[in-house]
Design a protein around this ligand. Structure first.
Ligand code: ATP
Ligand code: MG
Ligand code: MG
Length: 547
């Protein structure tokens, strides 16, 4: 494999290490536990964990859990599970909420330095005084409180004296600063809410800007990587670290990854779940890691995808076709081949004995000789795909038609002779004859046929539920459309059918992937039973991605 050039963050790290600035690096993946991880997070995971695979150092998992009302332990567990499934292991499992005491201490330090004050203004008043990007802001009437008064009020805030929203702690920087985020940003807000870890201990919670960089510093994170919308926050990030004289972590930004025909925002994904547009966070139509897993995506395919899209400085839309390409590539190498007929049409081989089941052999995976062969039973009555028969064939139709021959995969060449129809004129049965001595692997007939069909013995086949998925949204760039994003949900994103499959699929374990010959890749779902296994179509075989 050819050596890939370094991405811009790797270049920075390589230069830092060469210059002796660090001997090892520390990165972190910092999810807020307010939802399940999605494909955008996967790219951040691959980046952060990938850096410390490439360079000396380690990566922490830090839950950015400073917002009690939206966070939950269920999310913590799912996040850990998903990261491990993707093939990464963190050095330390950390929680920003474990630093609440330290952060409170930092706030007191700022108050003592005259760099923070308690503001009694309402959020509307604060917004008005903030100014605009082109107009300077104005000082709050509470800006010049004494250090002692600020300390006392802040302590009272912490002790639960004041109602939600009645006061905030703000940094005292500059209300005319060209960067709006530097205009006395709020550091703490009052929120009488139960926290998933600290319970009711706190009723004041630090804002993102007063928790993230501080947590990075506490953990000696060397390279704190976040997405582009945090570029304007970097100045505040640096200011707070400098004023508190704590470990100088540095923030670097890369472009958020968005996939077309879907949404990658936890808030929107939560709505889809809560309002029942999908069947949970792990619905195979969801762009969540758990949804992709259930759909049949492999950890390798997701890492490969993240690797191929790389790290960018500018936002762009990634074609879901690339993700599909990656999983096809991987499953082609690893998945066992099986035959399943999704839209069955009965074929009767009139010259084949009624009570005979003849053993045929077919390869488990032509890409992997070691996977060996399996036995399949050939019988007088079989199912083929309805679309593989045409009563009046078009010119380039090389499948089954009256008088035409095809090979049945692993079995014999057959020729169609006649059809039975129902009262609507629809073909219900095709009667064929098989050609003796034409069995796969021992064919001495010299007959050349152009088409090979998959098939399932009517006697031995088992019914399977197959869930066919289409895109969850019918427009490419969902968030650029007008109105509610849910108006663009594809009403036909799920189509459930019953097909017939070779009996070997009865023992498929949940999560196991198969190539159904000529139909695509399918993953067994935990909803299935031995009477009726369930399969999720991961992706079709056809490759639309231009290499
Ligand atoms: P969302 O908008 O979905 O809520 P978020 O950024 O609020 O995402 P976090 O839990 O804060 O979600 O994300 C954890 C990490 O993953 C952050 O470092 C964030 O920058 C990164 N991340 C989130 N979404 C994407 C994305 N679409 N592309 C790349 N990185 C992302
Ligand atoms: Mg975030
Ligand atoms: Mg968020």
């Amino acid at each position: 494999k050819e050596e890939k050039s370094l991405n811009f963050i790797e270049e920075i790290i390589e230069a830092d290490l060469k210059a002796g600035k660090y001997t090892e690096i520390v990165t972190r993946f910092p999810p807020e536990p307010n939802g399940y991880l999605h494909i955008g997070h996967a790219s951040s995971i691959c980046l952060n964990f990938g850096l410390t695979k490439k360079f000396p150092g380690y990566t922490n998992l830090r839950f950015d859990d400073t917002n009690p009302t939206t966070e939950d332990t269920e999310y913590v567990e799912s996040i850990k599970n998903d990261i491990r499934w993707m093939g990464f292991e963190w050095e330390n499992e950390l929680y920003a909420s474990d630093y609440f005491d330290t952060l409170y201490g930092y706030a007191i330090q700022l108050i003592h330095k005259g760099l923070a004050y308690v503001d009694d203004s309402t959020s509307e008043e604060i917004a008005v005084l903030k100014g605009t990007p082109t107009q300077p802001g104005k000082d709050s009437p509470y800006r010049n409180r004494s250090i002692e008064e600020n300390r006392l009020l802040f302590e009272q805030m912490k002790n639960g004296i004041f109602p939600d929203g009645s006061r905030t702690l703000r940094a005292k920087i500059d209300m005319t600063h060209p960067n709006m985020l530097m205009r006395d940003p709020i550091l703490y807000r009052i929120k009488h809410a139960h926290h998933h870890r600290t319970g009711d201990k706190w009723c004041i919670y630090p804002m993102y800007d007063f928790a993230h960089g501080q947590s990075d510093a506490i953990e000696n994170v060397t390279h704190s990587i976040c997405t582009l919308e945090f570029v304007p926050h970097r100045e505040l990030y640096d200011w707070l670290i400098a004023q508190l004289e704590i470990y100088p972590s540095h923030q670097y930004e890369f472009a958020r990854r968005n996939l077309n025909y879907t949404v990658t925002s936890k808030r929107k994904l939560l709505q889809l779940v809560q309002e029942g547009h999908v069947n949970g966070w792990d619905d195979p139509r969801m762009p969540t890691i758990s949804g992709l897993r259930r759909r049949g995506y492999t950890p390798f395919s997701i890492r490969d995808f993240c690797d191929r899209i790389g790290v960018a400085k500018r936002e762009n839309m990634i074609d879901v076709g690339l993700l599909e390409f990656c999983v096809r590539e991987d499953l082609n190498k690893t998945s066992l081949r099986r035959m399943a007929v999704l839209d069955p049409l009965k074929v009767v081989i009139t010259n084949f004995p009624e009570d005979l089941s003849e053993t045929c052999l077919s390869e488990n995976n032509p890409e992997d000789i070691a996977a060996g062969m399996r036995e399949i039973l050939f019988t007088r009555e079989i199912f083929i795909e309805r679309e593989d028969f045409m009563e009046v064939p078009s010119k380039k139709y090389f499948r089954l038609a009256p008088g035409k021959m095809v090979r049945l995969k692993g079995a014999y060449i057959i020729q169609a002779e006649s059809v039975l129809k129902d009262e609507n004129g629809e073909v219900t049965e095709v009667h064929c004859t098989y050609i003796e001595n034409s069995k796969s692997g021992q064919d001495t007939t010299g007959i050349n046929v152009k088409g090979t069909l998959h098939w399932v013995s009517a006697k031995h086949g088992i019914p399977v539920e197959v869930r066919l998925y289409d895109r969850l949204f019918s427009v490419e760039n969902v968030s650029s459309e007008e109105g509610d994003f849910k108006d663009y949900i594809n009403p036909e994103s799920l189509n459930i059918i019953t097909g017939y499959a070779e009996p070997a699929l009865r023992d498929a374990k949940p999560g196991e992937s198969f190539q159904f010959l000529r139909k695509g890749y399918f993953a067994a779902d935990a909803d299935g039973t031995t009477e009726k296994p369930v399969f999720n179509r991961t992706v079709t075989l056809r490759d639309n991605w231009a290499k």
